[in-house]
Design a protein around this ligand. Structure first.
Ligand code: DX5
Ligand code: ZN
Length: 233
């Protein structure tokens, strides 16, 4: 029987909602507050209608934060940039299922770099789109908003897809994380976890809070689990 999905929820705050004039301090602060991973949203103004940052920013932050860098590439093409992100310090790279015609090739290239491979999937794309490449996937990043911007409203329509992925993962019988990204708050976190997500990406609800530790505790839905300094691969 596969590991119970609710046993340990990974919290991955998205730096997109941090103060961009103080990224170093923000990354260090979220680690101290008890985050598990740091989620980094890379946008190219082409695949999504917004531009954020690239590998130079990751490289500059890498010495200041020990958390795994969970990199979400909202770019197309993606393959020419994988090595640059890995060399800049990415521990996980997720590419979009919709970013190009060669998802299998992109995932194989990420694995060649000896880091974890993820696939992000837009709200309009069915779960079945990634079933044929599941053997190459470590993380399924389910978009619960249309990618491109922080601060959008969570799409409850995506909950059945999270549940479908949970069934798919249990059948696969290997450890694949299911991450939910977009509009996650302490109010909807319980239903997102109950549907089967074991990673919560949250930007506004964490970096927009006055107290990051309190925000993480609220997301986790308990009071004991946000222990600082712990690194979960
Ligand atoms: C959206 C990004 C998300 C976003 C999350 O394109 O992938 O990671 O920054 O931010 P909130 O939690 O504000 O929706
Ligand atoms: Zn993201």
């Amino acid at each position: 029987m596969a590991e119970a999905p609710l046993a340990r929820t990974i919290l991955a705050p998205s730096l997109l909602a941090a103060d961009f004039a103080r990224l170093k301090e923000e990354a260090a602060a979220i680690e101290r507050a008890g985050a598990d991973w740091l989620h980094l949203d890379v946008m190219d103004g082409h695949f999504v209608p917004n531009i954020s940052f690239g590998p130079l920013v990751l490289k500059a932050l890498r010495p200041h934060c020990r958390l795994p860098f969970d990199v979400h590439l909202m770019i197309s093409p993606v393959d020419p940039y994988l090595t640059a992100f890995a060399e800049a310090g990415a521990d996980h790279i997720s590419v979009h299922a919709e970013a190009g015609p060669h998802l299998h090739r992109s995932l194989a290239a990420i694995r060649e770099l000896n880091i974890k491979a993820g696939v992000a999937i837009n709200p309009g794309t069915p779960a079945s789109a990634i079933a044929p490449v599941l053997d190459l996937i470590d993380i399924i990043l389910v978009m619960t908003v249309d990618p491109g911007f922080g601060g959008q409203k969570f799409l409850t329509s995506q909950l059945p897809k999270i549940a479908a992925f949970r069934r798919m993962v249990e059948e696969a019988g290997r450890p694949i994380r299911i991450s939910a990204d977009g509009g996650i708050t302490h109010a909807n976190a319980p239903e997102v976890r109950a549907a089967g997500a074991d990673v919560l990406v949250a930007g506004t609800s964490v970096f927009g809070a006055a107290d990051y530790r309190e925000a993480l505790i609220a997301l986790r839905g308990d009071s004991g689990a946000a222990s600082p300094g712990k690194v979960v691969p």
